[in-house]
Write a protein of this length. Sequence first.
Length: 251
Amino acid sequence: MAFGANFMYSSYFQMMSHIEQLQDFSMLGPMHTILAGLKGLWCNMAYEGAKTIRECCGAAGFSAYSGFSAVLDALSAYVTLEGDSVVMYLQTARSLLKSGQKVLTSGKPLNKMVEYIGDLKVLVEQRGNFKCLAKSLDEFRDEKFLLDLLKWNALFRIGKCLQLFADPKNKEYSMWEKFNERFQIDLIKMAQAHSYYMTALYFFNGINQLEKDGKCKNLLRNLRVLFRILALHSVTTQGAALAQSQYLSPE
């Protein structure tokens, strides 16, 4: 989250500079797409993480002297303030659907911040024949491979939601019904998959930048271990689309 927050801070100031000096609003949409989902994901991760840490401390974690009460009180508010997770995820989902539709219909390039959605064309062209090429478990230790898994997981989710909205069987439902009644769970899962990927992407890029800057090798080694833990946890808890699409299979 720290790497992602630093990137978003710099992107925000860059966006404001473009707006004030060039009247260029091109970053506004992608910023909203990413930040809405990250707000929902990061606030929930921080709150649930703090609860887990408190439980790991045993009875001492529930003592007022531990300080966890104040931390949890502060974090629990952010899960709801400025929009709860469902509202934020649906904001991101709406933008993801528009971006996916743009890729498949117009072919116009997307803003660099969400350019990975352009690879949605690969899934359409392969039409169910797109498979993971990993030959051994060792490949699941490779950071770029894990990052790609999260990317394809997000794209499979986006593709599925686009299919649901385009299916003639669902024409009778209004857009409000599709977003709030019929497909809300699918939309939330799509936004979560996107947000997990963006979190991992900023982490991955941040580590590589530290390496270029010649930072402490011990720090980099530990950060890479943490990245693999984050990526593997994200794939195992959020990567159902990879199995449902048979991108990952025992074969």
